[in-house]
Design a binder for this molecule. Sequence first.
Ligand code: SF4
Length: 430
Amino acid sequence: MRVALVNPSWTYDGSIYFGCRHPHLPLELGYCKALLESDGHEVLMLDGQLQRLDNQALASRVADFSPGMTVVTTAPTYLFWRCAPPELRVPAEFLSALGDSGGATVAVGPHASATPAPTLRKLSVDIVVRGECEEVVAELASTRDWSNIASTAYLEEGRTIVIGPVHASSFVNHPALKWPADWLANHHHHHHRFDSEPHGLGAEVEASRGCPYNCSFCAKIDFRDAYRRRNHEVIVEEIDALIAQGVGYIYFIDEIFLPQKALLEALVGRDVQFGVQTRIDLWKPELLELLGAAGCVSVEAGLESLTVEGREMLAKRCRLGTEELAELLIKARRHVPFVQANLIGVVQDEKSLVDYWRKHLISNGVWANDPVPLYPYPSSPSYREKWGEPDDHAWERAHDHYLASFDAFSEIQEQQPLPLPVLEQQCCRA
Ligand code: SF4
């Protein structure tokens, strides 16, 4: 079968989206492509950002390819499935431009995973994949009978048919990904890097997936949940191929980059720098030294709250006190040129206390952001605690709650985000 895989051309006007807006490698589509090709399918993979194509141009390319199936993602790469734009405006715009020219249509991503029925209706796709998508997409391509494929959902005479639970990819044996040279040539962005001007191209790699913790705000119940570590040799092979293509900086998209001595030692001798997101309470001083020696130039550590009570409220399961955490962050900063303590707006954290710790960290070279408000994503424990299992209005409910709760948003958000129905009114059909 001919299969088109599309990361549409993202725009964020009026969105609450607070993830990065630069182009990143669409890893989920890369894995899908590798699995599909190993099954003998012919694949056209497109990325609106990296190929600088708008949704109309992407649709024309897909139509020229004349696929039997077109897959579109509803979040701009796996890196942002946990903080996706709530609105489906962009994939809807691409699908509307595509019309009937893409064969059967499939949506993958966080929306379909948590709320299959409204995703099917808003996008008018034939089927959606629930959970991590790579193996399910390969299975869809292998058969014409889609009536009973696990981790999918479709509409039948107006009723939503949901087959089985969300999918967790086996992941550990995924092959080394290879990216087109012209995509990398447009990838100058070094994700979450602030220490110096970028040298060389940027890229994203996944060394592990999921996380053993369950913080209340973290949208990972339906995907990227259980912790899995990818085969070491394959990661090194993928990194070496990227270096050979001119990549000078890699961002590990892992939810939580745990100390992996073998990987860090492998990176020590390689001509590449990298960034990670992690929990600082899991690192020992000697491993922080190795992290720096391996070429790490950016650490984003989810501290979230500056009080034990606040961290407990967020279910961080953190055994260290604020002083010990601050000490570790400052130690990390001795070896890594940019270290950030991520903070979330928590009622337990009084302003004077936040100001004290922020000042302390910043004066020791650790960046601590102004605490940002939480969006209760339908795949997060906090959503389910508040409203139960996500229903057809889950995204609208979360969005309304968020807009009503806060009058100040993070630095990179629109200052006046719009309600979800307004964002979706022109493109989504229901
Ligand atoms: S440690 Fe990080 S990735 Fe893990 S559940 Fe908490 S916020 Fe999510």
